[in-house]
Ligand binder design. Structure first.
Ligand code: MF3
Ligand code: CO
Length: 254
């Protein structure tokens, strides 16, 4: 069931979104060669709890039979697409890292992700990152009441593919509210005349994952880390948005 949020609920989601944005902004500045993904994770969890919020990824149940997610952030490096487990791995010059983070604050969720390069990286990888962020913005631009959800999906896919990248299909964005994952699923592909009609007060987490090579993915033995089957790089951006009376508002804007 897709829920329409009241102005009071949207205000709470704005606060959750702004906390996520500020923690992601802080993490972005810490990314450097030699820093481990576990250190980023520890800082995120500490800052989150300091603000009285719950890091919602931590202990999040596995979709099938696996163990709950062990981190507060997902840290996905290079060919890792999403759901990388933070740990000892140290970042190296030229890596790219997707940092995904979500909280529950005063009963409402915020969820956002960004991808950045560690030091200087291959210009082709920087282009992938740029186009992935732009594809998210193209999708958000479509989030107007009266349009169908497919308009978002289609805008992301056509922008990504026009630049020669593939769109991951096995993972999608989602509705968000009291729960991090609510209806509807928000695919990053498909035709614009599909899906529910968007309404003022709907809140969505839109999160394109673009691959330099094929869209095929595999899940590692750790049960969580998703990576490209061909080993080529992947980038990921996510924002939580609300469909306002006059258009989309990004709740996790940094
Ligand atoms: N932004 C991701 C999502 O919407 C992160 C979830 S990681 C998990 O699925 F561990 F919490 F599942
Ligand atoms: Co999400």
């Amino acid at each position: 069931m897709i829920t329409i949020k009241t102005p009071d609920e949207i205000q709470k989601m704005r606060q959750a979104g702004q906390l996520v944005a500020s923690i992601l902004g802080m993490l972005e500045k810490k990314v450097a060669p030699g820093v481990s993904t576990g250190e980023l994770n520890a800082r995120a969890e500490e800052d989150c709890r300091k603000h009285g919020a719950i890091p919602v990824f931590k202990n999040y149940p596995h979709p099938y039979r696996g163990r709950p997610f062990p981190g507060a952030i997902c840290a996905s490096v290079n060919e890792e697409v999403v759901h990388g487990i933070p740990g000892e791995k140290k970042l190296r010059e030229g890596d790219i890292i997707s940092i995904d983070f979500g909280v529950i604050l005063n009963g409402y969720a915020g969820d956002s992700a960004l991808t950045i390069a560690v030091g200087e990286a291959d210009p082709r990888v920087l282009k992938l990152i740029k186009v992935t962020e732009e594809s998210l913005m193209k999708g958000i631009e479509q989030a107007h009441a009266g349009k169908r959800l497919g308009a978002i999906s289609h805008a992301i896919q056509s922008y990504a593919e026009s630049h020669g990248y593939s769109v991951v299909r096995d993972f999608v964005g989602h509705g968000i509210g009291k729960e991090m994952h609510e209806d509807p699923p928000v695919p990053n592909y498909g035709s614009s005349n599909r899906g529910p009609v968007l309404k003022t007060g709907m809140t969505l987490a839109i999160e394109p994952m673009l691959n330099m090579g094929s869209d095929h993915i595999i899940v590692e033995a750790d049960q969580w880390t998703v990576k490209t089957r061909d080993g080529k790089p992947s980038a990921h951006f996510e924002h939580t948005i609300v469909i306002g009376a006059t258009g989309p508002e990004i709740l996790t804007l940094r």
